[in-house]
Design a binder for this molecule. Structure first.
Ligand SMILES: [Zn+2]
Length: 62
């Protein structure tokens, strides 16, 4: 299942939409903000039934 949650960039505060493949389960990866180009660490939790549970966006070295 593909979900497209919105998160606030921890650097510039801009709301960005990310694409999450929830079939991959719990995941963590870095994606550059398309507004300020800084690396955002995305921690993604997926429910056992495959639904997106929680998305956390934080600075790479914070
Ligand atoms: Zn940004």
């Amino acid at each position: 299942m593909i979900d497209e949650p919105s998160v606030a960039c921890p650097y510039c505060g801009e709301t960005i939409t990310i694409v999450v493949d929830t079939t991959a389960g719990r995941q963590s990866y870095v994606e550059d903000c398309f507004v300020c180009c800084q690396p955002i660490v995305l921690d993604i939790d997926v429910d056992p039934d495959g639904a997106l549970a929680h998305v956390d966006a934080r600075p790479e070295n914070g």
